[in-house]
Design a binder for this molecule. Sequence first.
Ligand code: FES
Length: 376
Amino acid sequence: MNAVPSVGVADQTAPRPEPPLALLCELTHRCPLRCAYCSNPLELERSANELSTAQWKDLLDQAARLGVLQVHFSGGEPTVRKDLCALVAHAASVGLYTNLITSGVLMTPQMAQDLAAAGLEHAQIGFPDIDEDGSTLITAFKGGLERKYAAAEALRAVGIAITMNAVITRHNLDRLPQMFAVAQQIGARRIEVANVQYYGWGLKNRASLIPSPEQLAWMNDCVEQARERLKGLLTIDYVIPDYYAKRPKSCLGGWGRRFLNVTPSGKVLPCHAAETIPHLQFDTVTERPLKDIWEHGTAFQAYRGEAWMPKTCRSCDFKEADWGGCRCQALALAGDAAAMDPTCEQSPLHQSVRALAEAEAAAGQTQIIYRDFSQS
Ligand code: FES
């Protein structure tokens, strides 16, 4: 499935982009878990390279001035940063909506209280499973599930709204009905039923994680029934495995349109997986103002708008709905970040990608490669 890679063509006549909606701050890549589908890059950033508290605060100031509305504090595990509360308080003080994306395993009642006092509005807790063995299988961390329940309790007790992020693989899919019950028990207002997206570590483990089409059909029914049954009680977001989709997703609302990702060392990316695209050059917040990076950075210009699109995408009625799908997926599956996203049924690779997913699910590989700093 390889093609000759091509470089995105920036649209020089394009108007200045709208301000971004959301900023994801990957405060650190340190994490006690070693998840098989971690969204961090294969080359993890060492703590010595992380931005300082003052640098993160300066970035938050710049983001607020640029027009960003929401900031998501993520990692790795963001609660390993001692300055997390100070950063949340700073973000709140400059008017940003604050969300914490956490595994929950390091959360304590005191930390939850401090986060609430700092102004944290929402927390998203990742659940790789609701079965202890299943959770350990994915994270290589024993005892995580109880800690996650305790984290949810601690956060709920101080009034922080919770979303349960249920990450779906073929190993835990059968427990989906119980996951809805758990979401209600822990007081979540929302559950994201999020099938693994196959980038980075997830891509390495795809053959061991991806569900079959039959499992997907069962899951679709299960979600549909739960939505009906839990209307008004629990909001259910649902992300299917791209490989079985007919249309590509609008990845992060389109390249360089809504979203910024800042790595622990301050590199500014259009999406969390953008570093997999080898020809892109990324600016850092220590060397260039955020506004300038957003508006003129070459990585943001590469696939912004439609000038880079293949002819079929440019003439497609959905081009302003999906913005050509996912560039990182195009690279991973077609060998070219400027190719059509192979999850689109118009792509010449669409059938072979689906067949690949079906074959891997049927083969039932079980070996898992865990996220590992030693590969950095
Ligand atoms: Fe990079 Fe979709 S993850 S564009």
